[in-house]
Design a protein around this ligand. Structure first.
Ligand code: ATP
Length: 243
């Protein structure tokens, strides 16, 4: 087994390989994400972005290669330990909001805090703050069915950020929105992550959205395109080298 990654890399993948029922999705991906960094993963549909986020976020076990979260190996964890890691340290926003329909926006945002053991009053106070930060406090008492899709997605973003995950994974979070709403949701997501120093790994098929990121990597048929990687000026030499 290789040595643990340097301290400033919150996440690091080495040579990860993953197939779905025999169909190769990742063919040896090596990358590092620094603490507080916003990394965009772009590429054409089907190039492996969701699979990469699934592996990095410990949802999918890798077939080969290594994934490290801080100094802890993720690739050797049992399913139960991966679930615990996801619950305690990672957040996830997908293309669809998937809110609990019976609960109000505030109750949806409070839910992960209650699951994590917060008291009712504290969870609801924190949920209200996050709705304010995402500019949707006026809708705190609305149920999802009473909200348009872009507002539902902002509630989902608030719900993912509220537990203050170390890393937030956002898989094409604006795919289901109209073009004028995409920019707004992306801007809010990126600025909330930045101001709370939450590392953000953003998958998007829209290269335009990658400008919210510090750095962009491009997947082509399950491999990183070495000619397209654009390291941020602040990235360490190790990260810039993709080691
Ligand atoms: N559950 C699955 N079963 C079988 N094949 C899958 C599965 N999930 C993904 N694939 C295949 O793996 C490859 C990578 O898919 P993936 O969803 O990771 O790409 P993507 O870049 O996120 O695509 P999109 O932009 O369309 O979401 C594709 O060929 C896809 O068809």
């Amino acid at each position: 087994m290789s040595a643990a990654p340097p301290d400033n890399d919150v996440l690091r993948a080495r040579g990860i390989v993953k197939s779905h029922h025999g169909t190769p999705a990742l063919r040896g991906v090596t990358l590092a994400v620094q603490e507080g960094e916003i990394l965009a993963v772009t590429g054409a549909r089907g190039c492996g972005k969701s699979t990469l986020l699934g592996c990095l976020s410990a949802q999918l076990p890798v077939d080969d290669g290594e994934i490290w979260f801080n100094s802890a190996p993720v690739h050797t964890l049992s399913r139960a330990r991966r679930e615990k890691l996801r619950r305690e340290r990672f957040g996830y926003v997908g293309p669809e909001p998937h809110l609990v329909p019976e609960l109000t926006a505030r109750e949806n945002v409070a839910l992960p805090l209650l699951f994590a053991g917060a008291g009712h009053r504290a969870a609801h106070a924190a949920a209200t703050e996050w709705l304010e930060r995402l500019d949707i406090a006026d809708y705190a008492g609305h149920r999802p069915a009473a909200l348009v899709q872009s507002l539902r997605q902002r509630v989902a973003v608030a719900r993912a950020l509220a537990p203050m995950p170390t890393v937030l994974f956002a898989d094409d979070p604006t795919a289901a929105l109209h073009s004028d709403e995409r920019e707004q949701v992306l801007r809010i997501l990126a600025s909330a992550a930045r101001s709370h120093r939450i590392t953000l790994v953003l998958a998007t098929h829209d290269p335009e959205q990658a400008r919210h990121a510090d750095r962009t990597v491009v997947l082509v048929d399950g491999r990183l395109d070495p000619t397209a990687a654009a390291p941020a000026a602040a990235a360490s030499p190790a990260v810039a080298a993709g080691r």
